[in-house]
Write a protein that binds this ligand. Structure first.
Ligand SMILES: [Zn+2]
Length: 277
């Protein structure tokens, strides 16, 4: 695909796919309608945070990358590392193979600092991102000013809400609505940057949840939403492939024309692209 294509990847922690029909999330629903989506994309086991966020940027599963639990900060066993000292991430691939591309990495959960090497042009912790629209505005400002080619945004909610109030509860849906409005702030930044028509948005999650926990294998925990919308993406299209969370970075690599490294097992979701792109 053209190098002019840009990608904005937004993940909400513990956003289960089951919730979308019931949720007040106009942006997510619009992007699903105007794009390609799967409501049965699957996170890896266990359905917990660190092991899945790493899979989302590392193109492999815990058997391979070694981040095995919710709070794994360093691999649990010896794994391949690149010259940044990490299991190869999508950021490293882009930096090494397309150094002209600019990447931004924004995260609310401090542990996420460990999953991005110096390969990102911009890396920023945004405490309270899930609650403070001013933090989302910072991302939008960065996009307006820097016009990054790849932007990654990690929201740390509704995970905590799921543990406290419970998944699939009124407070959980209130938070999802708020997060959707913050994603709209980021989308506005892309519009203002002038790059909207060249951008593919990806909305997803690291895992879902059930009652006040997650980590198991119920569909509420394992099925994550995966929405692609934007340049050259089929509209109103339901993804037919079996998609795993580690296919997300493989798809981003495909979009940017960078070659995945040998340890990656993710496969690009090519059926989402319009013919001839
Ligand atoms: Zn999580």
């Amino acid at each position: 695909m053209s190098n002019k294509t840009k990608v904005v990847l937004i993940g909400f922690d513990a956003w289960g796919a089951y919730s979308l029909p019931k949720a007040d999330m106009p942006l997510a629903k619009r992007m699903a309608k105007n794009g390609s989506s799967a409501m049965n994309a699957r996170c890896i086991r266990p359905s917990k945070s660190s092991c899945n966020w790493t899979s989302m940027v590392m193109g492999a599963n815990p058997d391979i990358h070694g981040y095995i639990d919710w709070d794994t900060a360093v691999p649990a066993f010896e794994t391949p590392v690149d010259h940044y000292g990490l299991f190869p991430t999508i950021f490293a691939l882009i930096k090494d193979q397309k150094p002209e591309l600019k990447t931004g990495y924004f995260y609310e959960w401090d542990l996420m600092r460990l999953f991005c090497p110096d390969a990102a042009a911009h890396k920023e912790l945004l405490p309270g991102l899930s609650y403070d629209s001013a933090q989302a505005e910072k991302i939008a400002d960065y996009i307006r000013k820097e016009k990054p080619d790849f932007t990654f945004v990690q929201f740390d909610e509704p995970d905590h809400c799921g543990h406290k109030a419970g998944h699939d509860t009124a407070p959980y849906y209130e938070l999802l609505s708020q997060l959707d409005s913050f994603a709209a702030i980021i989308e506005k930044g892309v519009k203002d940057s002038g790059d909207y028509d060249d951008t593919i948005f990806i909305l997803t999650s690291d895992h879902g949840g059930i009652e006040k926990d997650h980590g198991g294998d119920t569909p509420m925990e394992r099925n994550i939403p995966l929405i692609f919308c934007g340049k050259n993406i089929k509209t109103d299209y339901t993804i037919k492939s079996m998609v795993m969370i580690y296919d997300i970075p493989a798809t981003i690599a495909y979009i940017f024309g960078v070659r995945p490294p040998q340890p990656w097992i993710g496969r690009p979701v090519t059926e989402i692209f319009k013919l001839g792109t």
